[in-house]
Design a protein. Structure first.
Length: 257
């Protein structure tokens, strides 16, 4: 869901998040959606998941990413040697495992700009869809607790600290259109004092208007926005569940760890 809500993909390609890692590694959390971070870490997982689904389809289920990894990372008896590789070698190894236009596949996902280019096709092909419901998932709840955050980027478009300070705003979201931005602070929700619980309850009403009392420097003002509770989760679709198969440990040693 975070990958899908990166408005920065309209101007910065995934390839550029790797090229720019030197400055993005130390960038603050503020404006991350608009700027993008080192997105190549998380987003590449979806690219390789999609590649796995293509390999399985092209080979009628006889091969998978495991076969690519065995070929690409084979040491051939060499120990302790640094072995650089090129883009062409990656594409050639993929093609040897399953004939396909892998160069075009990878370049499209690395270089394409646009708000709708979150590479989630592999997720769907692996048996699962990203959907949104009215109950926060366990991962989101745990992450908010550990990080002292309030994740509402998928409803209002806000990521807040648990004291009400705005960390980030998703461009074109309800919060963005209402004028909120990083470093502002939410003081109250619908006339009730700020708390994550009060915010959650206000959003949980449904399509009603949420009124936030916001402080920006020395100015305090009222921001109104329509909100609909929306929390990401996975839902099985009609495709074969290869994702669960992929996530199984491939050895008893892996299972122990």
């Amino acid at each position: 869901a975070q990958v899908a809500h990166r408005s920065g993909r309209e101007w910065r390609s995934l390839q550029d998040t790797a090229v720019s890692a030197g400055i993005l590694n130390d960038a603050p959390d503020q404006w991350q959606s608009l700027r993008r971070g080192t997105d190549y870490y998380d987003e590449s997982l979806f690219i390789w998941l999609e590649a796995d689904s293509i390999i399985r389809r092209v080979t009628n289920g006889k091969r998978s990413m495991d076969d690519f990894c065995r070929a690409f990372f084979a040491t051939n008896g060499r120990q302790g040697r640094i072995a650089p590789y090129s883009f062409d070698e990656v594409a050639a190894t993929l093609n040897a495992v399953a004939p396909y236009d892998w160069k075009a596949f990878l370049r499209a996902r690395l270089d394409t700009l646009g708000p709708d280019r979150a590479p989630l096709d592999g997720l769907a092909a692996s048996g699962w869809d990203l959907v949104y419901g009215d109950i926060p998932n366990l991962v989101q709840v745990a992450r908010d607790k550990v990080r002292h955050t309030v994740e509402e980027r998928f409803s209002l478009g806000l990521l807040l600290a648990d004291d009400g300070t705005v960390i980030d705003v998703v461009r074109d979201s309800a919060a963005w259109k209402a004028g909120l931005g990083p470093y502002m602070k939410v003081l109250a929700i619908n006339g009730q004092p700020w708390s994550p619980q009060n915010l959650n309850q206000a959003i949980g009403v449904g399509d009603s208007t949420v009124q936030l009392t916001v402080r920006n420097g020395s100015r305090t003002w009222q921001a109104e926005m329509n909100a609909q509770e929306s929390y990401p989760k996975l839902k099985r679709n009609g495709n074969m569940d290869t994702l669960s198969e992929i996530l199984k440990p491939i050895s008893s040693l892996a299972a122990m760890h």
